[in-house]
Design a protein around this ligand. Structure first.
Ligand code: SF4
Length: 180
């Protein structure tokens, strides 16, 4: 009688395939820039040859959410704009990731009123927070490398049904979150 095949090697093969996919994905980021306000200046500065986002495989923006896998939300988001942003997010295929660029998108920034979304993690999962008003290109590249680490590990809050964890320094407990 033939002996049962040794399946213990199969896990090793699966793991190596996942690692190869993660490595490939982290250097082929197709970003969708959703730019609304002054942070856009630093976003554009980061894309210049001086900072060279291309070396991270992230220099090629797509202007259709269906062709993008990373949503860069850049600038203040008003309550009126929130459903549009959410629709853009919903139109992106999995796997997908979200970057909050600038303190307005992270927490609402200095806005403390009923017209502004007080952090986009109230309307969608966020994978990487890049605070600053605006963040310098070096901060943006740091955030991009953190995102690459998550992608390489196959991790993503967007895959885990909305488990954004806002860093402690970005907690604003005195403000009520916006609810749509
Ligand atoms: S974080 Fe500052 S620079 Fe960025 S959109 Fe808000 S106010 Fe403008």
């Amino acid at each position: 009688m033939a002996s049962a095949p040794d399946l213990s090697q199969l896990n090793w093969v699966t793991t190596r395939v996942d690692a190869a996919l993660g490595w490939a994905r982290k250097f082929s980021i197709f970003q969708y820039p959703f730019v609304t306000a002054c942070c856009g200046m630093e976003y554009m500065a980061t894309a210049t040859s001086h900072y060279d986002m291309d070396r991270f495989g992230a220099g090629f923006p797509r202007f259709s959410p269906r062709q993008a896998d990373v949503l860069f939300v850049v600038g203040t988001i008003s309550q009126k704009m929130a459903p549009v942003l959410r629709r853009v997010y919903d139109q992106m295929a999995e796997p997908k990731w979200v970057v909050a660029f600038g303190v307005c998108t992270c927490t609402g920034g200095f806005y403390d009123d009923y017209t502004t979304v007080l952090g986009i993690d109230t309307i969608m999962p966020v994978d990487v927070y890049i605070p600053g008003c605006p963040p310098r290109p070096e901060n943006v590249l740091d955030g991009l490398m953190k995102l690459q680490d998550k992608i390489a590990q196959g991790a993503g809050t967007t895959l885990a049904a909305g488990l954004s964890v806002r860093p402690p320094e970005l907690q604003v407990p005195h403000r009520p979150d916006a609810h749509l």
